[in-house]
Design a binder for this molecule. Structure first.
Ligand code: KG4
Ligand code: ZN
Length: 353
C-alpha cells in the first residue's frame, strides 16, 4: 500500500455577493483563498441578482489566474475543479459553473458541482480532524438548520427555520440601527461597547420564540418585529446595550434548539457550527458551553472560513472526488437545493438565494 497522491482542487464560489476562488489540497493545505466582496449593491440596500451576476463575470477570470499564481500551480496540476452549483442566485451560480466547465473541458479535469451548504458543512474537516457522524448547526444569511452530518452527501435535517434565517435577523436589525451591511459583524462590534451586560438584558427584553418548546426548529421574525418596535424610543447611547441584549437573545435561542437536537441525536461526538453567524464570538462560547455540558466536543472553523469562501467549496470537491463522486460535464444548477432531500420543505418560507 503506497501513499495516495495528494489532490489539488480549484474551488469557485459565486452563489451570492462574494466572488471567491481557492486552491486546496487533499492533505488540507490552503494554497490560495481569494474572496472579493461585491460593493456594487450598497446603493441598493440589498443584493441585486443581476448586478451580482455581472460583477462575478467581471472578476472571475482574473481571480482564477491570481489564485493559480499564488498557489504556484498550473491548470495541468489540478486533480479537480469544484464549483458551487446552488442553492443561490442563479445568474451568479451560472457564471461560476460555466467558468468551471470551460476550464474542465479544455484541460480534461474532473468536475464536481458542490452544494453551497455542503461546503459550509464539511469545512470543519478541512481545518480540524472531525470524524463522521457529527451534529451541525448551520447558521448563515440564508439558512438556519440543525443537521446530522453522516458522511459526504449524507445529511439528516433535525430542524430548520419556520420564518427568517438568523443572519437575516442580524442584518435587518443592524440596518434599522444604521450599522451598515453585513449587519452581523457590525452588531457584534457595537455589542462589545456594552458596559453593563446585566443591566442591558433587563432594559431590553426580547421575545424568545419557540424556546422551551419541543423540537429543533427556529423562529426569528418575532424578534425582528420586537426590535423594530423598541427602536422608536432608542437613544444613540443605548445602542451598545440594545445590541448586547439582541445578540444575547440570539445566542440563547440557538443554544436552546441545539440542546434539543443533542437529546434527539443521542450520540456523543462533536458539535460543529458553520456559516457566517458562526463567526459570532458570543454564539460560539454559548455553543461551546452547551457542548461541554453534554459531553460533546466543539468545533468552529476560523472566522474567515465561516463566512462565504471558495476554500470550503474546493474542500467539498476533495471529499467528493475521494468518494468517487465526479459529475458529468452537463450537470445542472439549482436555485433551491436542500441538503436533506427527505426533509419537509413546506416550513421553509424563504432562502436567501
Ligand atoms: O455564510 P455567509 O457568509 O453567507 C450565506 O451563505 O448566507 O453568512 C452571512 C451572514 C450574514 O447575515 C452576516 O450578517 C452574518 O452571516 N454574520 C454574522 C457575523 N459575521 C457574519 N452574524 C453575527 N455575528 C458575526 N460576527
Ligand atoms: Zn454561505
Amino acid at each position: 500500500m503506497g501513499m495516495t497522491k495528494s489532490l489539488t482542487v480549484l474551488g469557485i464560489e459565486t452563489s451570492c455577493d462574494e466572488t471567491a476562488v481557492a486552491i486546496v489540497t487533499s492533505d488540507k493545505r490552503i494554497l490560495a483563498n481569494l474572496v472579493l466582496s461585491q460593493t456594487e449593491h450598497e446603493a441598493f440596500g440589498g443584493v441585486v441578482p443581476e448586478v451580482a451576476a455581472r460583477a462575478h463575470l467581471n472578476h472571475i477570470d482574473t481571480m482564477v489566474a491570481e489564485a493559480l499564481k499564488q498557489a504556484g500551480v498550473g491548470f495541468a496540476d489540478l486533480g479537480g475543479i469544484a464549483v458551487t452549483a446552488g442553492p443561490g442566485l442563479i445568474g451568479g451560480v451560472l457564471v461560476g459553473v460555466m467558468t468551471a466547465k470551460a476550464i474542465a473541458a479544455v484541460h480534461g479535469t474532473p468536475l464536481v458541482g458542490v452544494n453551497h451548504l455542503e461546503g459550509h458543512a464539511l469545512t470543519a474537516r478541512l481545518t480540524d480532524e472531525v470524524a463522521f457522524p457529527y451534529l451541525l448547526l448551520l447558521v448563515s444569511g440564508g439558512h438556519c438548520q440543525i443537521l446530522v452530518v453522516e458522511g459526504v452527501g449524507k445529511y439528516k435535517r433535525l430542524g430548520t427555520t419556520i420564518d427568517d434565517a438568523v443572519g437575516e435577523a442580524f442584518d435587518k436589525t443592524a440596518k434599522l440601527l444604521g450599522l451598515g451591511y453585513p449587519g452581523g459583524p457590525a452588531l457584534e462590534r457595537m455589542a462589545a461597547n456594552c458596559k453593563d451586560p446585566a443591566g442591558a438584558v433587563k432594559k431590553f427584553t426580547f421575545p424568545l420564540p419557540l424556546v422551551g418548546k419541543p423540537g429543533c426548529d427556529f423562529s426569528f421574525s418575532g424578534l425582528k418585529t420586537a426590535a423594530r418596535r423598541m427602536m422608536d424610543a432608542l437613544e444613540e447611547d443605548d445602542k451598545p446595550d440594545f445590541c448586547f441584549a439582541f445578540q444575547e437573545t440570539i445566542a440563547r435561542i440557538l443554544a436552546d434548539r441545539v440542546k434539543n437536537a443533542i437529546a434527539q441525536y443521542g450520540n456523543a461526538g462533536t458539535l460543529v457550527v458553520a456559516g457566517g453567524v458562526g463567526a459570532n464570538k458570543r454564539v460560539r462560547t454559548e455553543l461551546e458551553t452547551l457542548a461541554a455540558k453534554n459531553g460533546l466536543g466543539f468545533m468552529a472553523p476560523p472566522i474567515k472560513l465561516c463566512t462565504d469562501n471558495a476554500a470550503m467549496i474546493a474542500w467539498a470537491g476533495v471529499e467528493r472526488l475521494q468518494a468517487g463522486l465526479i459529475d458529468a460535464p452537463d450537470f445542472p444548477v439549482h436555485a433551491r437545493w436542500p441538503l436533506d432531500p427527505l426533509a419537509p420543505v413546506a416550513s421553509i418560507k424563504s432562502q436567501k438565494i
